[in-house]
Design a protein around this ligand. Structure first.
Ligand SMILES: CC(C)(COP(=O)(O)OP(=O)(O)OC[C@H]1O[C@@H](n2cnc3c(N)ncnc32)[C@H](O)[C@@H]1OP(=O)(O)O)[C@@H](O)C(=O)NCCC(=O)NCCS
Length: 170
Protein backbone atom coordinates (compact mmCIF):
# COMPACT_ATOMS: atom_id res chain seq x y z
CA UNK A 1 0.00 0.00 0.00
CA UNK A 2 2.68 2.48 0.95
CA UNK A 3 4.69 1.43 -2.08
CA UNK A 4 1.81 2.34 -4.37
CA UNK A 5 1.38 5.72 -2.83
CA UNK A 6 5.00 6.71 -2.77
CA UNK A 7 4.99 5.71 -6.46
CA UNK A 8 2.29 8.25 -7.17
CA UNK A 9 3.99 10.94 -5.13
CA UNK A 10 7.28 10.29 -6.92
CA UNK A 11 5.69 10.69 -10.35
CA UNK A 12 4.16 13.96 -9.27
CA UNK A 13 7.44 15.32 -7.91
CA UNK A 14 9.47 14.36 -10.95
CA UNK A 15 7.07 16.10 -13.31
CA UNK A 16 7.20 19.41 -11.58
CA UNK A 17 9.80 19.79 -8.86
CA UNK A 18 8.35 22.93 -7.41
CA UNK A 19 4.81 21.62 -7.27
CA UNK A 20 3.02 22.57 -4.12
CA UNK A 21 0.53 19.81 -4.39
CA UNK A 22 0.74 16.08 -4.28
CA UNK A 23 -1.47 13.17 -3.42
CA UNK A 24 -0.90 10.86 -0.48
CA UNK A 25 -2.68 7.88 0.92
CA UNK A 26 -4.75 8.48 4.00
CA UNK A 27 -6.51 5.19 4.58
CA UNK A 28 -7.68 1.97 3.05
CA UNK A 29 -11.22 1.84 4.45
CA UNK A 30 -12.15 -1.55 3.02
CA UNK A 31 -10.55 -4.36 1.05
CA UNK A 32 -10.20 -3.22 -2.55
CA UNK A 33 -10.91 0.42 -1.70
CA UNK A 34 -8.13 2.97 -2.01
CA UNK A 35 -8.37 6.54 -0.75
CA UNK A 36 -5.93 9.39 -1.30
CA UNK A 37 -5.76 12.83 0.19
CA UNK A 38 -4.91 15.71 -2.13
CA UNK A 39 -2.45 17.95 -0.36
CA UNK A 40 -1.80 21.56 -1.34
CA UNK A 41 0.51 23.85 0.61
CA UNK A 42 0.55 21.20 3.36
CA UNK A 43 -3.21 21.26 3.69
CA UNK A 44 -5.60 18.52 2.76
CA UNK A 45 -7.76 20.12 0.04
CA UNK A 46 -9.43 17.09 -1.49
CA UNK A 47 -9.64 13.37 -1.93
CA UNK A 48 -9.55 10.76 -4.64
CA UNK A 49 -10.66 7.16 -4.41
CA UNK A 50 -10.86 3.88 -6.28
CA UNK A 51 -13.19 1.04 -5.42
CA UNK A 52 -11.93 -2.10 -7.09
CA UNK A 53 -14.10 -4.89 -8.47
CA UNK A 54 -11.47 -7.60 -8.78
CA UNK A 55 -13.83 -10.12 -10.43
CA UNK A 56 -14.50 -7.71 -13.30
CA UNK A 57 -10.98 -6.22 -13.40
CA UNK A 58 -12.51 -2.78 -13.00
CA UNK A 59 -12.57 0.14 -10.59
CA UNK A 60 -14.92 3.00 -9.79
CA UNK A 61 -13.31 6.43 -9.44
CA UNK A 62 -14.31 9.32 -7.18
CA UNK A 63 -12.66 12.71 -6.71
CA UNK A 64 -13.46 15.99 -4.99
CA UNK A 65 -11.69 19.22 -4.11
CA UNK A 66 -13.05 20.72 -0.87
CA UNK A 67 -11.57 24.18 -1.53
CA UNK A 68 -13.66 26.01 -4.15
CA UNK A 69 -10.87 28.47 -5.11
CA UNK A 70 -8.68 25.59 -6.23
CA UNK A 71 -11.25 24.24 -8.68
CA UNK A 72 -11.02 24.89 -12.41
CA UNK A 73 -7.23 25.29 -12.35
CA UNK A 74 -6.19 21.88 -13.61
CA UNK A 75 -5.70 20.18 -10.25
CA UNK A 76 -8.56 17.71 -10.80
CA UNK A 77 -7.11 16.67 -14.15
CA UNK A 78 -3.67 16.12 -12.61
CA UNK A 79 -5.02 14.05 -9.74
CA UNK A 80 -7.24 12.04 -12.08
CA UNK A 81 -4.37 11.33 -14.47
CA UNK A 82 -2.15 10.17 -11.60
CA UNK A 83 -4.79 7.83 -10.26
CA UNK A 84 -5.51 6.50 -13.78
CA UNK A 85 -1.82 5.90 -14.34
CA UNK A 86 -1.69 3.89 -11.13
CA UNK A 87 -4.94 2.03 -11.84
CA UNK A 88 -3.97 0.91 -15.35
CA UNK A 89 -0.28 0.52 -14.49
CA UNK A 90 0.29 -0.87 -10.99
CA UNK A 91 -3.19 -2.23 -10.46
CA UNK A 92 -3.65 -3.45 -14.05
CA UNK A 93 -7.40 -2.89 -14.34
CA UNK A 94 -9.27 -3.30 -17.62
CA UNK A 95 -11.65 -0.42 -17.04
CA UNK A 96 -12.24 2.60 -14.79
CA UNK A 97 -15.72 4.06 -14.47
CA UNK A 98 -17.51 6.80 -12.60
CA UNK A 99 -20.85 8.53 -12.16
CA UNK A 100 -21.35 12.27 -12.26
CA UNK A 101 -24.36 14.55 -11.95
CA UNK A 102 -25.52 15.56 -15.44
CA UNK A 103 -25.35 19.29 -14.66
CA UNK A 104 -21.79 19.14 -13.26
CA UNK A 105 -20.13 20.47 -16.41
CA UNK A 106 -16.79 21.20 -14.80
CA UNK A 107 -16.41 17.65 -13.51
CA UNK A 108 -17.57 16.20 -16.86
CA UNK A 109 -15.06 18.38 -18.74
CA UNK A 110 -12.33 17.28 -16.35
CA UNK A 111 -13.12 13.60 -16.97
CA UNK A 112 -13.41 14.07 -20.75
CA UNK A 113 -10.00 15.76 -20.73
CA UNK A 114 -8.60 12.68 -19.00
CA UNK A 115 -10.00 10.34 -21.65
CA UNK A 116 -13.30 9.16 -20.11
CA UNK A 117 -16.23 8.72 -22.49
CA UNK A 118 -19.88 9.12 -21.72
CA UNK A 119 -21.62 5.74 -21.77
CA UNK A 120 -25.14 6.44 -20.65
CA UNK A 121 -27.53 8.35 -18.45
CA UNK A 122 -29.20 6.99 -15.33
CA UNK A 123 -32.33 9.11 -15.34
CA UNK A 124 -33.41 10.57 -12.00
CA UNK A 125 -31.10 8.15 -10.20
CA UNK A 126 -30.01 10.59 -7.49
CA UNK A 127 -32.34 12.11 -4.91
CA UNK A 128 -31.22 15.55 -3.73
CA UNK A 129 -32.91 18.15 -1.49
CA UNK A 130 -34.20 19.92 -4.62
CA UNK A 131 -35.37 16.81 -6.41
CA UNK A 132 -34.31 13.89 -8.57
CA UNK A 133 -31.19 14.31 -10.70
CA UNK A 134 -29.84 12.47 -13.74
CA UNK A 135 -26.47 10.77 -13.38
CA UNK A 136 -24.07 10.28 -16.28
CA UNK A 137 -22.04 7.08 -16.43
CA UNK A 138 -18.54 7.52 -17.87
CA UNK A 139 -15.89 4.92 -18.55
CA UNK A 140 -12.32 4.58 -19.77
CA UNK A 141 -10.98 1.31 -21.16
CA UNK A 142 -7.42 0.09 -20.91
CA UNK A 143 -7.09 0.09 -24.72
CA UNK A 144 -8.27 3.71 -24.91
CA UNK A 145 -5.90 4.73 -22.14
CA UNK A 146 -2.99 3.05 -23.96
CA UNK A 147 -3.93 4.79 -27.23
CA UNK A 148 -4.01 8.11 -25.40
CA UNK A 149 -0.45 7.52 -24.16
CA UNK A 150 0.71 6.54 -27.65
CA UNK A 151 -0.85 9.71 -29.09
CA UNK A 152 0.86 11.95 -26.55
CA UNK A 153 4.18 10.11 -27.10
CA UNK A 154 3.83 10.81 -30.84
CA UNK A 155 3.03 14.46 -30.19
CA UNK A 156 6.16 14.72 -27.99
CA UNK A 157 8.25 13.07 -30.70
CA UNK A 158 6.88 15.44 -33.35
CA UNK A 159 7.63 18.44 -31.18
CA UNK A 160 11.13 17.13 -30.46
CA UNK A 161 11.87 16.47 -34.14
CA UNK A 162 10.73 19.90 -35.24
CA UNK A 163 7.79 18.48 -37.24
CA UNK A 164 5.27 20.62 -35.36
CA UNK A 165 4.45 24.26 -35.99
CA UNK A 166 8.09 25.23 -36.09
CA UNK A 167 7.70 27.77 -33.31
CA UNK A 168 10.25 25.89 -31.22
CA UNK A 169 8.47 26.51 -27.95
CA UNK A 170 7.05 23.77 -25.73
C1 LIG B 1 -14.70 17.83 -10.22
C2 LIG B 1 -13.36 18.40 -9.77
C3 LIG B 1 -12.58 17.35 -9.00
C4 LIG B 1 -12.54 18.76 -11.03
O1 LIG B 1 -11.31 19.29 -10.63
P1 LIG B 1 -10.86 20.73 -11.19
O2 LIG B 1 -9.49 20.99 -10.71
O3 LIG B 1 -11.91 21.73 -10.86
O4 LIG B 1 -10.91 20.44 -12.76
P2 LIG B 1 -9.86 20.92 -13.87
O5 LIG B 1 -9.54 22.36 -13.67
O6 LIG B 1 -8.73 19.96 -13.91
O7 LIG B 1 -10.72 20.70 -15.20
C5 LIG B 1 -11.97 21.30 -15.29
C6 LIG B 1 -12.44 21.33 -16.73
O8 LIG B 1 -13.67 22.00 -16.79
C7 LIG B 1 -13.49 23.31 -17.37
N1 LIG B 1 -14.13 24.22 -16.43
C8 LIG B 1 -13.59 24.95 -15.46
N2 LIG B 1 -14.56 25.64 -14.81
C9 LIG B 1 -15.73 25.29 -15.37
C10 LIG B 1 -17.08 25.64 -15.13
N3 LIG B 1 -17.42 26.48 -14.15
N4 LIG B 1 -18.04 25.09 -15.92
C11 LIG B 1 -17.73 24.22 -16.90
N5 LIG B 1 -16.43 23.84 -17.18
C12 LIG B 1 -15.47 24.38 -16.42
C13 LIG B 1 -12.01 23.53 -17.47
O9 LIG B 1 -11.71 24.34 -18.59
C14 LIG B 1 -11.53 22.11 -17.63
O10 LIG B 1 -11.82 21.64 -18.93
P3 LIG B 1 -10.67 21.48 -20.02
O11 LIG B 1 -9.73 20.42 -19.49
O12 LIG B 1 -11.38 21.04 -21.26
O13 LIG B 1 -10.03 22.83 -20.13
C15 LIG B 1 -13.57 19.67 -8.89
O14 LIG B 1 -14.10 20.73 -9.67
C16 LIG B 1 -14.46 19.41 -7.69
O15 LIG B 1 -14.02 18.85 -6.71
N6 LIG B 1 -15.71 19.86 -7.77
C17 LIG B 1 -16.65 19.71 -6.65
C18 LIG B 1 -16.93 18.26 -6.28
C19 LIG B 1 -17.31 17.45 -7.49
O16 LIG B 1 -18.04 17.91 -8.36
N7 LIG B 1 -16.79 16.21 -7.53
C20 LIG B 1 -17.03 15.29 -8.64
C21 LIG B 1 -18.20 14.47 -8.38
S1 LIG B 1 -18.42 13.31 -9.70
Amino acid sequence: MHGFVSGIARKRASREDRARHQIRVCAAPAPGAYEWAVEYDRHCVGHAGLRVDADQHGATYTVGLFVAELRGRGLGREVTRLVLSWAFGELGVHRVELEVLAFNRRAINCYLACGFRQEGIRREAGLYPDGWKDLILMGLLRSEYAAQGAASDNADADAGSGLGSGSGSA
